[in-house]
Design a protein around this ligand. Structure first.
Ligand code: ADP
Ligand code: MG
Length: 451
């Protein structure tokens, strides 16, 4: 595959010359094709989105498949039994495991640049977890292994994990660091089992068992997934016994995860457990001030106090409140007054509110899960990395709330109800037929409603 990538231009030009392809045909059909993956000696070639139609695929398959196979063999000496042109969406569905996590090639890109120790406010609630994380970052594999950070949603677990990653990379850029979520890990296991060949399993093992630092976020989601637990157990053993650092996060301490296999649970307790609790008032204020500063945005103390006094159990919501006021102030070009704050935050701050599942909550969780902004989610963009999460949002809103199709359309950027029906049916179908989609949906559902 590497050689293929290296010689790709040459191959394309070779075909152009050999088959006397005109410039316009070349530009239309061939220029933007990219080798994507090899499986069982079948080469998959990605057809770019502007050709997003089956017709193109049929046409180039008929016309260019043979020439490609011949040219590739001539130029690289590599023989492929079969060649498949594939659209990005199909490719993602087929090879979803290799998509979200191109970590080794892109190293740091998997880490959110904002999640560093510098941006982490230390308070009583998290000072132990923070110190443990820093110790591990300074001496990976040497002090606490594994480090297991637990705490409720939105309290900074992911932020701390990724801070460790950034820190190690800044000190030792050659270290192989892999940050993943247990959902991604599960999907990769499912995928390699489904492929059923030893090479995809080997690829998975090679990926996870050769790193210096493995971080698995939200490990609680491997519960009940036997093959994933099995794979993780062996991964853990290999890494741990060779002194590689493992860092895990979870919403609960191991002892409270009743259904977790004992052999795995006991390993989680081998190293250090560190919990993050709810931030106290001072820490909440400090987090708000810190966030204000990085956005160059200023609210008066009374408003900060109003937010910090009312949002107590989730830093993400604390930030959400600030972001909402920031957006309002930018959009309306106005200073935020207490009245505006109270009005704008009434959905976030309401007395005795129960955690109600609203379409807005679902959209927020889906965006966070897929690392999209709400602007992207509501946009007209139709590339699959955005449209698939959008369809998942449609599906979940329909299934978890009684919102009408029309309203779902409005909430998701003014789409008409046939688009919504199509989206829901699409995900419904994938849920029935793809274990990966099932896993994704179940994970997102648990994030929406942890109970
Ligand atoms: P978790 O993984 O525990 O659900 P996150 O790490 O995603 O929570 O944190 C939610 C948000 O709150 C993130 O944007 C994170 O940067 C922020 N956050 C959490 N704790 C802190 C903190 N102590 N200092 C600054 N930001 C924080
Ligand atoms: Mg997290």
């Amino acid at each position: 595959m590497d050689l293929l990538l290296e010689k790709w231009k040459e191959i394309l030009l070779g075909i152009k010359q050999e088959h006397m392809v005109s410039d316009v045909s070349f530009d239309t059909w061939l220029k933007d094709l990219i080798p994507y993956n090899v499986e069982e000696n079948k080469l998959y070639i990605l057809v770019p989105p502007k050709h997003d139609q089956q017709m193109t695929i049929d046409y180039i398959t008929r016309k260019y498949k043979k020439p490609f196979l011949v040219a590739i063999e001539e130029i690289t000496g590599e023989h492929y039994d079969e060649l498949v042109f594939i659209l990005k969406e199909q490719a993602q569905e087929k090879f979803i495991a290799s998509f979200p996590n191109k970590y080794n090639e892109e190293n740091q890109s998997n880490l959110n640049p904002n999640y560093t120790f510098d941006n982490f406010v230390v308070g009583k609630n998290n000072s132990f977890a923070h110190a443990a994380a820093l110790a591990v970052a300074e001496s990976p594999g040497e002090v606490y292994n594994p480090l297991y950070i637990h705490g409720g949603p939105g309290l900074g677990k992911t932020h701390l994990l990724q801070s460790i990653g950034h820190f190690i990379l800044s000190q030792k850029p050659n270290k192989k660091i892999l940050y993943t979520t247990s959902e991604e890990f599960t999907n990769e296991v499912i995928d390699s089992i489904r492929n059923g060949n030893s090479s995809s399993m080997a690829k998975l093992r090679n990926k996870y068992r050769t790193v210096d630092v493995l971080m698995v976020d939200d490990i609680q989601f491997i519960i009940g997934k036997e093959s994933t637990q099995e794979e993780f157990f062996h991964t853990f053993n290999v890494l741990h016994s060779s002194g590689k650092q493992i860092i895990l996060s979870s919403d609960k301490p191991p002892k409270d995860i009743e259904t977790l296999e004992e052999r795995i649970r006991s390993r989680f307790e081998w190293g250090l457990l560190a919990d993050i609790g709810y931030p106290d008032y001072e820490t909440r204020m400090a987090i708000l001030r810190n966030k204000e500063e990085s956005n160059e945005f200023h609210l008066n103390d009374e408003i900060l106090d109003y937010i910090a006094s009312n949002i107590k159990s989730n830093v993400r919501e604390l930030e959400g409140a600030l972001n909402k006021l920031l957006a309002y102030s930018k959009l309306q070009k106005t200073e935020i007054t207490m009245d505006i704050a109270v009005h704008e935050l009434q959905n976030i701050i309401s007395p005795n509110k129960e955690m109600e599942i609203t379409p807005q909550l679902i959209i927020e969780v889906v965006c966070e899960h897929f690392k999209l902004s709400e602007v992207q989610m509501l946009s007209k963009k139709r590339s699959s990395d955005i449209s698939k999460p959008r369809q998942i949002a449609m599906y979940l809103i329909r299934n978890l709330t009684d919102t009408s199709l029309k309203t779902i359309g409005t909430l998701l950027g003014g789409r008409d109800h046939t688009t919504i029906i199509h989206g829901i049916e699409q995900i419904d179908h994938e849920y029935q037929t793809s274990e990966i989609m099932q896993n994704t949906i179940e994970t997102v559902k648990k994030k929406i409603n942890p109970n």
